[in-house]
Design a protein around this ligand. Structure first.
Ligand code: 3PG
Length: 218
């Protein structure tokens, strides 16, 4: 477990923003990943929300060596296994369940589970987790909520995601208990479908330059 936490810490230390990607056309996976990596965002969360998502993970894992590809929206053990087999380097879920925590324990691929309440955070801390996704960040209370967590739950580090954009990201990244933020704003659907890789690289570059206060350490 502590190996997994170290691995997640190292991954989240690579960039302040984790692009959350919905890939409809698997042929777009590699140029999209390359544009984001070229813009300075190497950590990529491919959500299992489209039929080609696992194929996209497989392709990026094989053909974008500077990228660190992970899977998002993983909600059951079968998906955990499938994305690990496809080459995902990390697995993200909007929440967690006993079955998912079991799958994570038995997998070499580390898990970033989701939590939005103190009870959920305590559950995950008790299971050995220190890095958590906070989703959906904006509707769940956003910056004030995370600020309120830092006194009673000081050891936990969050990657908030959901409703965050370039304007909101700095307020999250200024919190000591936030190590990175996730978001889809760096890869807008229209830019992906039109293959506007230059725009995506530029959005990634802007995001990669955000500074953060949170300590990333295992
Ligand atoms: C996620 O799965 O993390 C979110 O859907 C991303 O949220 P966003 O699209 O509001 O950035």
């Amino acid at each position: 477990m502590s190996d997994h936490q170290e691995a997640i810490a190292e991954i989240l230390a690579l960039a302040p923003v984790v692009p959350v990607l919905i890939i409809d056309d698997v042929e777009k996976a590699i140029p999209l990943a390359k544009a984001l990596v070229a813009g300075g965002l190497p950590v990529l969360e491919i959500t299992l929300r489209t039929p080609g998502a696992i194929d996209a993970i497989r392709r990026i894992a094989k053909e974008v060596p500077n990228g660190v590809v992970g899977a998002g929206t993983v909600i059951n053990p079968a998906q955990y296994q499938a994305v690990a087999d496809a080459g995902a380097r990390f697995v993200v879920s909007p929440g967690h369940s006993a079955a998912l925590l079991d799958a994570a324990k038995n997998s070499p691929v580390p898990f970033l589970p989701g939590a939005i309440t103190p009870t959920e955070v305590i559950e995950l801390v008790s299971a050995g987790y220190r890095y958590l996704k906070f989703f959906p960040a904006e509707p769940a209370g956003g910056v004030p909520m995370l600020k309120a967590f830092s006194s009673p739950l000081p050891e936990v580090r969050f990657c908030p995601t959901g409703g965050i954009d370039l304007a909101k990201a700095p307020q999250y990244l200024a919190l000591p208990n936030v190590v990175a933020v996730g978001g889809s704003w760096v890869a807008p659907a229209d830019a992906i479908s039109s293959g506007d890789w230059g725009r995506i690289e530029e959005l990634a570059r802007e995001a990669s330059q955000l500074s953060r206060a949170g300590q990333v350490r295992a």
